[in-house]
Design a protein around this ligand. Structure first.
Ligand SMILES: Nc1ncnc2c1ncn2[C@@H]1O[C@H](COP(=O)(O)OP(=O)(O)OP(=O)(O)O)[C@@H](O)[C@H]1O
Length: 762
């Protein structure tokens, strides 16, 4: 319950003021560190730099010192983004990531862990505006009466937080981390952790908070620079970049898959089959063979070497035998290391023949280069893909002539002007490993949107972290593109762990998408990824989605009107269109003098953004306008998943603008009446005019049908099974978290609501 400040929180505000003073005193001291240090100028400037960094880690001076507090009969503990001590080193605020703060996230009505109260603050700068108190005794009493279940799971603070307007940057969720998320955040460091979860279940948020939690709890062995967060693209990196600094963990590295390795994708487009092939594991052997093919063992038994001391003849057959041995034993030494070995051997042979004065480095280098050319990874891949002959010679029996044609392309006239496709990045990275060997690794690596990784990208990622300490997050139901997958098995086997602790966790509550919008998207996941359980939505929207049919010529115009409508209220808007229509929609925006940004250019704008469904992955907006969904579905083998992604980008409002029948794509009227929306005939289109928008609230959900008593008769067997499975799954979860006395009545109520028979054992 939210309480105004004035009555009860003077004491809290006094504590806030005291902690603020302490923090700002520390900041001032850190700022002066450079002046205080005595010694050589370089050392002083390093001290000053470190002082500034530490001062930055204290967060923004305007930031409130605490997000909440927990009370037990013995003490009150204030919890904030970072620990604050007073001059006597007494704790004024503990970091959310410290073990002391654990109960802030894990105490429940059934297991209060000794707490009497959990208090959350709403603040403006360091001023407390209101507080929300969870009184555990009250809560337990309410639960006893089966009243207020929602409150128990998702307190007001979380629900209120979800109502806030979005910006083009993600925010931290320290104040409202849910117990189920906290449990994942604090998995052991050595885990190879995969987190599966539907759209908006907080996978990205959890992965980033896990980084901050690990850095706090393992600060002795895990410097921030040793942690890397890998995102699918630049726009996504920009979107999440502020979260860790806001938690005081600014030193973490960020990379994206379009530039992971020696070259960055320049956006070269290529056919789907080519991209798929380049991600295939067969490419490993092709690259390895192609590299060996660059080595030219001497054919002549003796090689003439012109030295400053005259001509020397060294044993070519010795060199040939050495190279053959390296090749036959499957030498794991990198190409460049072997080249250095060869150069040393040649140098020794010259020395033996003609003495030290004959060993002239440029001469030795020339002989080595003839046999073992020096190569950069990018040049090697450019030359390989640019030559049918090289490709054919390296292909072995693993590739068809058609494959070679798919891989071949005309090389650019210079390396600098070469255009690189997204899939080339991992090939060049593999070449880097073959040529130069392992780069220094990271101690922990996070990978977001991991459901779309190719086998070659997984190899790149596996090289990044020798210990195998990974946090990998993604959603199989959102897996699309040339390397789409239906299970996490290959990810687990591609990433080696030292600890052998592999763990799959699932996030199941959907925080982003309001129920009304999710009901529109739900049938899609059941059609496109039936093995994946959709998230359990935790909130409602103030408005039903607008589902607006119109004439094909009017689609762009209509979408623009919807988008401008939303933007005029200051909302962050995402317009998501089929690839084939993005150009038209963009032109229409520009004809309407409306500025739109595109995440494909690496940045999100603060007002209207236009993108394809694939580009919208991981992003979120206050409002979305999904344009011609049937077009999105038709464009890809995973079109239904793409549409599911598009429809789940909104935190509040959604408009669907279409001219093509929605029933044909299962969006409305899919044969999954158990959980989906029922069929409502698509309104007929009137040529040349915009038909009246149809609001989704005219559609009926199973729940409303059930009230009419006819739902069960209409369900088909498959739908029955889906509902029964869902109840069984939910029941298992509830059983694990709820007191036994509450379990049976709750499950029976749930089964009754969904219209399935259910037996609860005593
Ligand atoms: N405990 C929480 N408290 C408040 N907001 C939360 C919480 N968990 C998640 N959110 C919010 O829900 C939204 C979705 O989170 P996030 O982007 O991490 O989900 P996701 O699972 O990665 O989604 P997607 O699969 O679409 O990429 C974000 O705005 C995030 O801040």
């Amino acid at each position: 319950m939210s309480t105004p400040t004035t009555n009860v929180q003077h004491e809290d505000q006094a504590h806030f003021d005291q902690a603020w003073d302490a923090r700002e005193v520390a900041r001032a001291r850190l700022g002066r560190l450079g002046e205080a240090a005595a010694g050589p100028r370089a050392a002083m400037s390093e001290v000053a730099k470190q002082g500034r960094r530490l001062a930055q880690d204290l967060g923004d001076p305007d930031e409130a010192v605490a997000i909440g507090r927990i009370d037990d009969p013995d003490e009150v503990l204030y919890v904030g983004r970072r620990t604050i001590l007073d001059a006597e080193k007494d704790v004024l605020v503990v970091s959310w990531a410290s073990p002391d703060a654990q109960r802030f996230y894990t105490a429940t009505a059934t297991e209060p862990q000794g707490l009497t109260r959990k208090r959350s603050y709403t603040t403006r700068k360091n001023r407390i505006e209101s507080v929300d108190d969870l009184l555990f005794k009250d809560l337990a009493d309410r639960l006893e009466r089966l009243d207020g279940m929602g409150d128990a799971e998702f307190d007001d603070v979380l629900l209120k937080d979800l109502e806030r307007d979005r910006s083009n940057e993600m925010r931290d969720i320290v104040q409202t981390i849910h117990q189920s998320q906290y449990h994942i955040i604090k998995r052991p460091l050595e885990d190879l952790l995969v987190v599966q979860g539907g759209p908006g279940t907080g996978k990205t948020a959890v992965a980033l908070h896990r980084v901050a939690w690990l850095l706090y709890n393992f600060r002795d062995i895990l410097p921030a620079e040793s942690v890397l967060v890998v995102s699918p693209n630049r726009a996504f990196t920009e979107y999440i970049r502020k979260v860790l600094p806001s938690l005081g963990e600014g030193g973490v590295g960020h990379a994206d898959l379009t530039r992971l390795g020696p070259v960055a994708s320049t956006g070269r487009t290529e056919p789907f089959e080519t991209t798929r092939l380049k991600g295939d594991l067969r490419m490993v052997e092709l690259l390895r063979r192609a590299l060996w093919n660059r080595v030219r063992p001497p054919e002549e038994p003796r090689i003439a070497v012109e030295t400053p001391n005259g001509q020397v003849r060294i044993a070519g057959d010795d060199l040939r035998r050495t190279i053959a041995r390296w090749r036959n034993t499957g030498s794991s030494a990198p190409y460049s290391a072997r080249r250095a070995d060869l150069k040393r051997i040649i140098s020794d042979l010259v020395l033996q023949q003609a003495g030290r004065r004959a060993v002239d480095q440029p001469v030795i280098e020339r002989v080595t280069e003839r046999i073992w050319p020096s190569l950069t990874p990018a040049r090697f891949v450019q030359e390989l893909l640019g030559s049918r002959q090289r490709l054919t010679e390296a292909a072995g029996d693993d590739f068809t002539a058609g494959d070679i044609e798919r891989l071949y392309r005309q090389a650019a006239s210079s390396l600098g002007s070469e255009e690189w496709a997204h899939a080339d990045v991992a090939l060049v990275d593999e070449a880097e490993w073959l040529i130069n060997g392992r780069r220094s690794g990271h101690a922990h690596v996070v990978v977001d949107e991991a459901q779309d990784l190719s086998a070659m990208q997984l190899r790149s990622l596996a090289r990044l972290c020798p210990t195998g300490s990974y946090t990998i997050v993604g959603d199989l139901a959102q897996s699309t593109g040339p390397w789409a997958r239906d299970s996490w098995d290959d990810v687990f086997s591609a990433l080696k762990t030292r600890s052998n602790k592999r763990r799959l966790e699932t996030l199941e509550y959907g925080y982003r998408v309001p129920r009304q919008v999710f009901e529109l998207a739900r049938p899609l996941v059941q059609l496109a990824a039936p093995e994946v359980r959709p998230p359990i939505v935790v909130r409602d929207s103030s408005r039903e989605p607008v589902v607006a049919p119109c004439h094909p010529d009017e689609v762009s115009g209509h979408a623009i009107r919807e988008a401008k409508d939303y933007a005029s209220s200051g909302l962050l808007v995402g317009v998501i269109a089929p690839e084939a229509l993005v150009g038209d929609v963009r032109s229409a925006f520009s004809a309407a003098n409306t500025n739109v940004k595109s995440p494909a250019d690496g940045h999100l704008g603060t007002s209207i953004n236009l993108m394809t469904a694939a580009e919208s992955k991981g992003l979120e907006f206050d409002a979305i306008v999904v344009v011609e969904p049937a077009g999105i579905v038709a464009e890809s083998a995973h079109g239904l998943r793409l549409l599911y992604i598009a429809l789940t980008r909104t935190t509040r409002f959604a408009s669907v603008v279409f001219s093509r029948d929605l029933a044909e794509i299962g969006l409305l009227g899919a044969p999954v009446a158990g959980d989906g929306l029922s069929v409502d005939p698509t309104p007929s289109l009137s040529t040349g005019t915009v038909a009246q928008p149809m609001r989704a609230d005219v559609l009926t959900t199973p729940a409303t049908k059930a009230q009419g008593g006819s739902a069960r008769g209409k369900r088909n067997a498959r739908a029955e099974r889906i509902v029964a499975d869902t109840v069984a799954d939910i029941a298992a979860d509830i059983e694990a978290t709820l007191a036994p006395a509450l379990y049976a009545p709750l499950i029976e109520a749930l089964a009754d609501l969904l219209g399935v028979d259910c037996l609860v054992d005593d």
